[in-house]
Design a protein around this ligand. Sequence first.
Ligand SMILES: N[C@@H](CCC(=O)N[C@@H](CS)C(=O)NCC(=O)O)C(=O)O
Length: 201
Amino acid sequence: MRLYFAPGACSLSPHIVSRELGLPVELKKVSTKDKTMEGGGDFRQINPKGYVPALELDDGAVLTEGPAIVQYLADRKPDAGLAPKAGSIERYRLQEWLNFITSELHKQFSPLFRPTTPEDYKKIAKDNLANRFEWLDKQLAGKDYLMGKGFTVADAYLYTVLRWTKPMQMDLSKFPNVVTYMERVGARPNVKDALKAEGLQ
Ligand SMILES: N[C@@H](CCC(=O)N[C@@H](CS)C(=O)NCC(=O)O)C(=O)O
């Protein structure tokens, strides 16, 4: 399998998951700005939507959309427990988290990275995010990970997205459970390895 990624982007989530599962995945670096790929080529030939992550399977099929990719990876090694069994209520809880992260967090961050976004709107987006962090902080009270004791693919995604608070100079200190959570996930050896492989440490 080959994972198309950009350092520190949302593709870090499936990258972490592949390492946590011990699945061999070749990394292919993409420029999200001009859609070129390391070694040459136009990334839009791989994913016409032009964004990472994209996962190329061994039969050449390409899977896109982070929440789908991480579940696909987890289902390759179900015993690892990175996603509950398909059809179980716990699996829907995981999907509830993935959808929250993608729509309520990830896509609120996206305009903050665009130089064309008006400053007034950036402030609104940051305030919306702070409201979500307040709720998230309560959910994390007394928990090691989003689903309880065990690390799941939702944690890989949440960690990836919350890392963006740093470049956006968003203060998380008002959310102590979120801060502790970030330290806990960041201390996982596979997470450290993924950051290192993306040149982020
Ligand atoms: N809906 C997609 C969104 C992916 C996305 O926003 N990717 C960003 C990096 S975090 C990107 O590649 N942006 C470049 C672009 O949209 O042109 C998913 O969840 O996978």
